[in-house]
Design a protein around this ligand. Sequence first.
Ligand SMILES: Cc1cc2nc3c(=O)[nH]c(=O)nc-3n(C[C@H](O)[C@H](O)[C@H](O)COP(=O)(O)O)c2cc1C
Length: 193
Amino acid sequence: MPLIHECVVTTLSPEGRPHIAPLGLIEERGYWIAAPFRPSSTLQYLTQNPKLTASFVDDARIFAGLVTGRRNWPLTDIEGWPAPRLSAALAHAELVVARVEEHEARPRFFCRVRRIESHRAFLGMNRARAAVLEAAILATRLDMLSLEKIESELAYLQIAIDKTAGEAEREAWDMVMEKIAGYKDRAKIPATR
Ligand SMILES: Cc1cc2nc3c(=O)[nH]c(=O)nc-3n(C[C@H](O)[C@H](O)[C@H](O)COP(=O)(O)O)c2cc1C
């Protein structure tokens, strides 16, 4: 399996409005591949404008926010490049779509990296941030998973939160847990947290 870079992707609407969404970019044989599911704005916008910016962040609240409806994360323009980056990005990459592999569920946009720029120091891996990332992905796939699977994954991830989270990671975790609890409530299943 190739390496996947979990990042926040900026695409542009036909009016030039930036759209941000968390996405995993697959690094494979010199390409970085964006594979957005149908239907999604990211897919639509990439089809219309073949340029994207990947922002690499260490603030778990951004991933948690984006999967729970908070989209107003500050953006910073990039000189000579149309799609802005997250202001919080430790680094960003500018990507140009070179070719598209069509698929009925999940087309693949094969991109070339035009430029990578660093902005702030990366201060090391953290288990709680990784746990929030996993929970955020889980939160976008709730209707595809059994309740048992959701519960067991969250119970395991909670260990990393309890042992290694700072304030920001705890806040991010709570945001995702609130969304999952709401899903359970709607499904008339008592929340166990
Ligand atoms: C860390 C992370 C990685 C994700 N990677 C993908 C991906 O590779 N493809 C995808 O379709 N959705 C992915 N998602 C879910 C999308 O962000 C989500 O479907 C989002 O709503 C995109 O839709 P939009 O472009 O309409 O905003 C990911 C979510 C998270 C939290």
